[in-house]
Design a protein around this ligand. Structure first.
Ligand code: CO
Length: 134
């Protein structure tokens, strides 16, 4: 079911500072910030030779990462995103196996304009998993 790692996401309290740190201190190529109101986050992508890192900052009043940052005020690893070929088939197979899909269970359009779903971290060893159809 799983393909490549699409990205690893890090929640940060200050997106501009985190972007500058990746660009200037770590010497990485970074994207412009992208607001995703439907997901309650603003994202910057750090482009790496083999994958991406997604920097996330809360957007709006009920951001899904606000509670995470309350617990991890300096930021922290938030989720890992795996690519799948058919997100609905992957979802149905996971639900049949007892895994919990967050939200309505219907894919939303993610930062790359492709359908994404999130899986409950308690079903996957404490790690929030994002699936992205590619
Ligand atoms: Co993501």
């Amino acid at each position: 079911m799983l393909g490549r790692v699409n990205h690893v996401a890090i929640a940060v309290p200050d997106l501009a500072a985190a972007t500058a740190s990746y660009r200037d201190t770590l010497g990485a190529t970074v994207s412009a910030p992208q607001a995703l109101p439907e997901h309650g986050v603003t994202v910057v992508f750090v482009e790496l030779p083999n994958t991406k890192v997604e920097l996330l900052q809360p957007l709006g009043t009920d951001s899904p990462i606000a509670a995470f940052l309350d617990k991890n005020p300096s930021g922290g690893m938030h989720h890992i995103c795996y690519e799948v070929g058919d997100i609905l088939a992957a979802r149905d197979q996971l639900i049949q196996g007892g895994a919990r899909v967050l939200g309505t269970g219907e894919p939303k359009i993610g930062a790359h304009g492709k359908p994404v779903l999130f899986l409950h971290p308690k079903d996957f060893f404490g790690t929030l998993i994002e699936l992205e159809q590619v």
